[in-house]
Each structure stands twice: as C-alpha cells, then as structure tokens.
Design a protein around this ligand. Structure first.
Ligand SMILES: [Zn+2]
Length: 166
C-alpha cells in the first residue's frame, strides 16, 4: 500500500491514475501529457507519415502500451515486419484491449482501432496480415510506448513524459 502511494506521487500522470477514468481528461490535460505528435494521433485521429514514427525497427522483447493511458495493447510476439512503414501486429494481447469503429473518412471505408480504455485513436485494421489471424493492425508508432520485458510500466512512462519536449 505504501509503495503504491509513493509511486503515484512519483508519477503525477492523471491518465495512469487508476482512480481516474482517462476518458474524463480534457483536451488541455492531454496536451500537457502528450507530445504534439502523440496528441495529433490519439486525440485528433491524425496519421504519422510512413517510416517516421516509432518502432518500425523491432525494439525487442516486451509489450506495447497505449501512450495515452498505459493500456497494454500488444506483445512483442504479436509484431511482424509488414514493410508498410508503420508498426504492424497480427493481434492484440486481449480482444478487449481495442475498440473498432467503421471509418469512412478520406473516401475509404476502413476499420479504425481505438484504445478501449482512453478512446485514443491508434490506427486501422486490414485483412492482409499473416497467419494465424490474417489481420494487420497498422498502428501509429507515436500512439504506443514500448515497455521492455522485465520493466514496470509506471517508471517507463514517467521517463517518457519527462523527456517530452516543451
Ligand atoms: Zn489508451
């Protein structure tokens, strides 16, 4: 109990606070937490240009979490090299990690993925992925944060938030 209080004080991050629903954060609170690229993608459904985001190269064992709220979305074992310019995964860690929506913007009908915890836009799902699912979750690299295997989530997020350019 004591350690959880210390950790919360060391990580004053409202999106990671388990007592707060991240869907109640205001746009201004998100702007304070996120980098401009992260804000544009998660909160405004932007798409980073191909090959410009994080994790086109494999960062190694671990998990990929929503950079907005810390929700664990993908394991490194779900990542595959698609060559499309965005990090690609064939499935989420659990089906409930994501919400899917029909997206008919830009003259196309696509399946949009959002984080099921904070509602942040992540990317789109296509049906040209590898076995066993045949799905390609095309994720904006700036929408996620890699937590190396064996590391705790909160310190990795705290270091990332501190490194945010002001
Ligand atoms: Zn989230």
């Amino acid at each position: 109990m004591g350690s959880s209080i210390v950790q919360r004080m060391a990580t004053p991050d409202p999106s990671l606070d388990p007592s707060r629903d991240p869907r109640t954060l205001t746009a201004e609170e998100w702007r304070q937490l996120l980098t401009p690229e992260e804000f544009a993608i998660l909160r405004q459904s932007a798409t980073e240009r191909p090959y410009t985001g994080r994790y086109n190269d494999d960062p190694g064992p671990g998990a990929f979490h929503c950079v907005g709220c810390g929700n664990r979305l993908y394991g490194a074992e779900h990542k595959f090299h698609s060559g499309c310019g965005w990090p690609s995964f064939f499935q989420a860690v659990v089906p409930g990690a994501l919400e899917v929506h029909r997206d008919s913007s830009h003259g196309m009908v696509r399946t949009e993925m959002r984080c099921a915890r904070c509602g942040g836009h992540l990317g789109h799902i296509f049906d040209d992925g590898p076995r066993p699912t045949g799905m390609r979750h095309c994720v904006n690299g700036y929408a996620v944060l890699h937590v190396p295997a064996g590391s705790d989530v909160a310190p990795v997020f705290a270091a990332h938030r501190r490194a945010r350019p002001s």
